[in-house]
Ligand binder design. Structure first.
Ligand code: F6R
Length: 368
């Protein structure tokens, strides 16, 4: 049943190339035009949307954080991201032209369900991004994009998360297509990049052993930090969450720009700090991230740097370098998350924890 793997989680990590391919299947044509048949909200209605609020919990919330960068960039529709339980109890401003996007692997998370019920009552339009066919959240939504990852049994979300990212990208591109905010060839270009993702993720999985060796080295670690910027920031949060829930060690993700506003005081000799470096592009993100790495390294941190494999500039600041395939900045979370999943899974295994059933956690949280 675990297909030769020790844990469902590890099996599910290795299933990600196939899961991503399935999430993309049938959703675009040869020319890169998107087709999202399950979005039962008319094009006219989609053109009227003037605000998007993405809600979810835990890992699903992090997928929403990534989605905000992409959706705002491609569609220019203002987009907020909020924890479902915070959204529900703060009297959010919702109108007929608000699109609430609820992300949930299980489709049964009570916090997210209560939030969409509130949104429906306020007459907002609700679209679910969900992995479980026929579950409650998509049934109570106006539209659904299924992630098609297949059953996720490990309590920690892995392929669920990566396919949530894919669904969010598809939604953003679809909105851009319907509203004409991006030209067709630009959309087709991103679709081509998405189509490369199964192969890109596979190259990281093929090198899993080097991440496992890293886990071996950090077995006695009590605390780990994760830094990222822009779309790399949610990746940092996700890397920290995986480590907390599986290895039960203190881990925190920060936006790299926040360091000097407080967290840098945590840096001490030998502290492992994972740094997610955006691709080298025309913008300043890459250089800013390098400065952050220099800052923590100067204070004794041990830097584990995730960057494009071809990024020679960053290598000088990395105690350990994890090479990533070259992909656009907005899509980088799809590849950058995978080594962090492998690291948490392996470290928890070495410590001797039950990776599939971490203490105090349940696969779907059906109480508020
Ligand atoms: C973390 C994890 C949880 C879930 C969260 C939402 O690995 O699995 O943080 O992401 O409980 O669950 P869903 O997506 O089912 O609503």
């Amino acid at each position: 049943e675990k297909g030769g793997f020790d844990w469902f989680m590890r099996k599910e990590i290795f299933e990600q190339p196939r899961a991503i391919a399935d999430a993309l299947l049938g959703r675009h044509d040869e020319a890169g035009q998107l087709q999202l048949d399950e979005v039962r909200i008319s094009d006219d209605e989609l053109r009227d949307i003037d605000k998007i609020i993405i809600i979810g919990c835990g890992t699903a919330h992090y997928a929403g954080l990534v989605a905000k960068y992409a959706i705002e960039h491609w569609t220019r529709i203002p987009c907020e991201v909020e924890l479902a339980h915070e959204f529900r109890y703060r009297d959010p401003i919702l109108t007929r032209n608000t699109l609430v996007v609820a992300i949930s692997q299980s489709g049964e998370t009570a916090d997210t369900l209560m939030a969409i019920r509130h949104a429906v009552k306020q007459r907002a339009r609700v679209l679910a991004i969900c992995n479980t066919n026929g579950s409650t959240i998509p049934r109570e939504s106006d539209a659904v994009i299924y992630t098609h990852a297949g059953p996720e049994i490990g309590v920690a979300s892995t392929k669920g998360f990566l396919t949530q990212l894919i669904a969010c990208y598809l939604l953003g591109l679809y909105l851009a297509q319907v509203r004409g905010t991006k030209f067709g060839d630009e959309i087709a270009g991103v679709v081509r990049e998405l189509a490369q993702m199964p192969a890109n993720v596979q190259t990281i999985l093929d090198d899993a052993e080097s991440v496992y060796a890293l886990a071996q080295r950090f077995q006695g670690t009590r605390s780990v930090l994760f830094l990222g910027r822009h779309a790399g920031y949610p990746v940092a949060l996700e890397g920290a969450l995986k480590l907390k829930e599986l290895a039960y060690i203190h881990a925190e993700g920060f936006a790299a720009g926040e360091l000097k506003h407080g967290p840098i005081a945590l840096i001490e000799e030998g502290l492992p700090v994972f740094c997610v470096v955006p691709p080298r592009g025309r913008d300043q993100l890459h250089d800013k991230m390098i400065s952050a790495i220099q800052e923590v390294r100067a204070r004794g941190a041990l830097t584990i740097v995730l960057a494009e494999a071809s990024d020679t500039e960053v290598a000088a600041y990395a105690d350990v370098l994890i090479g990533l395939p070259t992909v656009p900045t907005l899509l980088q979370p799809v590849v950058a998350t995978v080594p962090l999943q492998l690291f948490a899974c392996e470290l928890a295994t070495l410590i001797g924890h039950d990776v599939d059933q971490p203490r105090n956690l349940a696969k779907s949280v059906t109480v508020e």
